[in-house]
Design a protein around this ligand. Structure first.
Ligand code: MG
Length: 163
């Protein structure tokens, strides 16, 4: 049994009038995350953590923003495609942990719903998904409600491999 760990980071600007998606959940807010896809930086960080753990190219290489196929795509769909790659390699996730840094909206009320949405896609129980919401104490771009950032780590294992 081989264990691998990966880390992912993402940040997206907020823009008024866009829908706000985070962790696969639509959250009521006057601004949403900009991006070629739905801008869900939590899922993007998780995807990069998984790809990093697998030693594969990052999300930008896999789903380039020059490709119209990924335009306005839900990030849950991108995550599902990455999960296909894991399954093909007989890799499973042990756990995911993430920190979201957002001044607004208040995310704590939506964390359980995010886990409900992500659990079946990731193929792990909700207890193996950590999501913490922090503010940036009013500092910088994030503190001024101009961006939302996320860090994520993923621990994966491949059965029957010795390294
Ligand atoms: Mg992104």
């Amino acid at each position: 049994m081989t264990f691998k760990i990966g880390v992912g980071y993402d940040i997206h600007r907020l823009r008024k009038g866009r829908k706000f998606y985070l962790g696969g959940v639509e959250i009521p807010h006057p601004a949403g995350l900009m991006g070629h896809s739905d801008g869900d930086c939590l899922i993007h960080a998780v995807v990069d953590a998984l790809l990093g753990a697998m030693g594969e190219p990052d999300i930008g290489r896999l789903f380039p923003d020059t490709d119209p196929a990924w335009r306005d795509i839900r990030s849950t769909e991108l995550l599902a495609q990455v999960m296909e790659r894991l399954r093909r390699k007989k890799i499973e996730i042990l756990n995911i942990d993430a920190v979201v840094i957002a001044q607004k909206p208040k995310l704590a009320p939506y964390v359980d719903r995010m886990k409900e949405v992500l659990s079946p896609i990731l193929g792990v129980p909700q207890g193996c998904i950590g999501i913490k919401a922090k503010t940036n104490e009013g500092m910088g771009l994030i503190g001024r409600n101009q961006a939302v950032a996320c860090w994520a780590v993923a621990l994966i294992q491949k059965k029957g491999e010795r390294r």
